[in-house]
Design a binder for this molecule. Structure first.
Ligand code: GLN
Length: 446
C-alpha cells in the first residue's frame, strides 16, 4: 500500500511535466491494501505497473486515446492484465498513446501530447509513448505497451529504456483493442532486463479466448538469464545501415555491437533486399486490417455518439466523423481503398505476397544466425511538432522496426548510449519463440 501511495504521489508530481497518463487508477490503493492483507500472491505482489490505454481494464476507463472511446468503461480485463493482477501486480493507471496506436510520436492522442523526460520539447516516440515516458521518468518500474509496427521498440529507444515485443502468439491479444490483428502484440517496457523477464513470463502463454496464442510452454526467462555471449552468431543486415540513419545513432549502435564481439560473439553482414518495401507493405496491410477492425465504432455500441442526428446513417457517419482523429481516418480510407474490389489485387494481395517473401528472407538469415542486430530507429527523438503534418516522414520512422512485426519475430530495443544528448537504441531480433536469446543479449549489455 505504501509503495502504491508513493507511486501515485510521484505520478501526480512528475506528470505535470510529462503527461504520461490518461487515467490514474483511483482504486489502486484499495487493491494494494487488500494485497497486503492477503499476503504474497506471486512474483509481482504489490508492484505498481502502468498499462497502455488500449488494453482493457475492468471498471477503469479505457480510451485508446480516442474521442470515440473517451468514456468507455470495460466490463472485463484483458488476459495480460488479469494474469499480472493474479500475480499481485497493481494496475496503477492507463498511459497515453497515439490514437488507436496509430502513430510514432504520441501526438495523435485525443488527450494531448506526452513529453520526453530527457527533453520536454521532444516526443517520447509512439505509439506507446506514455508507457515509455512513465518508465524513463521513474514514475513506474514497468509498463505494458503494444507493438504493431514498432510501438514498443521505438519509444523504448527514444527514452533510453528496454522494450520487448514478443513473438506473435506468445501473448494473448484478448482484451487488447485491435489495430492490425496479424501484427499486434503486447510487450513490456522497463529499465532493467530482469524486471522485463519477470513480467513477460507472468503474462505469456496460451489463452482460450485468443486462438492465435501459442500453446508452447512459457519459460522462466528471469531464472534462465545468462550473460554468456561466447559463440553467439549475430547477423547485421547491411540495409539497416543505409536507410538514411543519423551517423551519431549509427556510431552508438556500432559501439554496442563491438561489445558483443569482445564478449566472443561472431558478427557478420547479411542482406535483406526486400527491406526497402517493408514500409509500403506494412502500411497497406496494417491500414486494411484497421479499416475492418474499426468498423465496430459506430456510435451505437461504444463510447462517443454524435448528437442531433435524424436517422441511423447520420448516427454512424457523424459519430465516426466527429469521433475519429485525422490519422485514424487516413488509415481507414487507405485500408478501405486497398481492400476494395478494384484495388485488392494490386494493393492488399500484392502486399501480402511481398510480406511472404520478406518472412522467408528473415527466416533464412535466422537459420544461420542466432540474432539479428541493428539500430532501433534512424534518429533519436525528434521535436514535438516536427513531423506531425508530414505523414510520410512519420511513416518512414518505422522502417527498422516493421520487419519483426511482418515476420512475427520477437524483437527488443536495448539502450545503447546517447547521440547528441538523447538516447539511442540497439535493436535485437531472434528466432520465433526465442525471447530468451534477446533477454540474454540485453542482459549482457546492461
Ligand atoms: N508507427 C506505426 C504506425 O503508426 C506503428 C504503430 C504501432 O506499432 N502500434 O502504424
Amino acid at each position: 500500500k505504501e509503495l502504491t501511495e508513493q507511486t501515485i504521489a510521484g505520478i501526480k508530481d512528475t506528470d505535470k511535466d510529462i503527461s504520461a497518463f490518461i487515467t490514474v487508477n483511483d482504486k489502486a490503493t484499495k487493491v494494494a491494501q487488500k494485497t497486503d492483507e492477503d499476503g504474497i500472491k506471486g512474483p509481482l505482489s504489490g508492484i505498481p505497473i502502468a498499462i497502455k490505454d488500449n488494453i482493457v481494464s475492468n471498471g477503469i476507463k479505457t480510451t485508446a486515446a480516442s474521442k470515440i472511446l473517451y468514456n468507455f468503461m470495460p466490463v472485463y480485463s484483458a488476459t495480460v492484465l488479469e494474469k499480472l493482477e493474479n500475480a499481485g501486480a497493481i494496475n496503477i493507471g492507463k498511459t497515453n498513446m497515439d490514437e488507436f496506436a496509430m502513430g510514432s510520436s504520441t501526438e495523435t492522442s485525443f488527450f494531448g501530447d506526452t513529453h520526453n523526460p530527457w527533453n520536454l520539447d521532444s516526443v517520447p516516440g509512439g505509439s506507446s509513448g506514455g508507457s515509455a515516458a512513465a518508465v524513463a521518468s521513474g514514475e513506474v518500474v514497468a509498463a505494458l505497451g503494444t507493438d504493431t509496427g514498432g510501438s514498443i521498440r521505438q519509444p523504448a529507444a527514444f527514452n533510453g529504456i528496454f522494450g520487448i515485443k514478443p513473438t506473435y502468439g506468445r501473448v494473448s491479444r484478448w482484451g487488447v483493442i485491435a489495430f492490425a490483428s496479424s501484427l499486434d502484440q503486447v510487450g513490456v517496457m522497463t529499465k532493467r532486463v530482469e524486471d522485463s523477464a519477470t513480467v513477460l513470463s507472468t503474462m505469456a502463454g496460451h489463452d482460450y479466448h485468443d486462438s492465435t496464442s501459442s500453446e508452447k510452454e512459457v519459460p522462466d526467462y528471469r531464472a534462465n538469464l545468462n550473460k554468456d555471449m561466447n559463440g553467439v552468431k549475430i547477423a547485421i543486415p547491411k540495409e539497416f545501415w543505409h536507410e538514411g540513419a543519423d551517423p551519431a545513432v549509427i556510431q552508438q549502435v556500432n559501439n554496442a555491437i563491438d561489445v558483443y564481439k569482445k564478449m566472443g560473439a561472431t558478427v557478420e553482414e547479411v542482406s535483406l533486399p526486400t527491406l526497402k518495401h517493408a514500409v509500403e507493405v506494412y502500411y497497406v496491410l496494417a491500414s486494411s486490417e484497421a479499416s475492418s477492425n474499426l468498423q465496430r465504432y459506430d456510435g451505437v455500441r461504444y463510447g462517443f455518439r454524435a448528437k442531433d442526428v435524424k436517422n441511423i446513417k447520420d448516427l454512424f457517419v457523424n459519430s465516426r466523423s466527429e469521433g475519429f482523429g485525422d490519422e485514424v481516418k487516413r488509415r481507414i480510407m487507405l485500408g478501405t481503398f486497398a481492400l476494395s474490389a478494384g484495388a485488392y489485387d494490386a494493393y492488399f494481395k500484392k502486399a501480402a505476397q511481398v510480406r511472404t517473401i520478406f518472412i522467408q528472407e528473415m527466416n533464412e538469415v535466422l537459420e544461420k544466425y542466432d540474432l539479428i542486430m541493428g539500430p532501433s530507429t534512424t534518429s533519436a527523438a525528434f521535436k514535438i511538432g516536427a513531423k506531425i503534418d508530414d505523414p510520410l516522414a512519420m511513416y518512414m520512422n518505422d522502417i527498422l522496426t516493421i520487419p519483426a512485426n511482418l515476420a512475427g519475430l520477437p524483437a527488443a530495443s536495448v539502450p545503447a548510449g546517447l547521440a547528441n544528448g538523447m538516447p539511442v537504441g540497439l535493436q535485437i531480433m531472434a528466432k520465433s519463440f526465442n525471447e530468451q536469446a534477446i533477454f540474454n543479449a540485453a542482459y549482457a549489455l546492461q
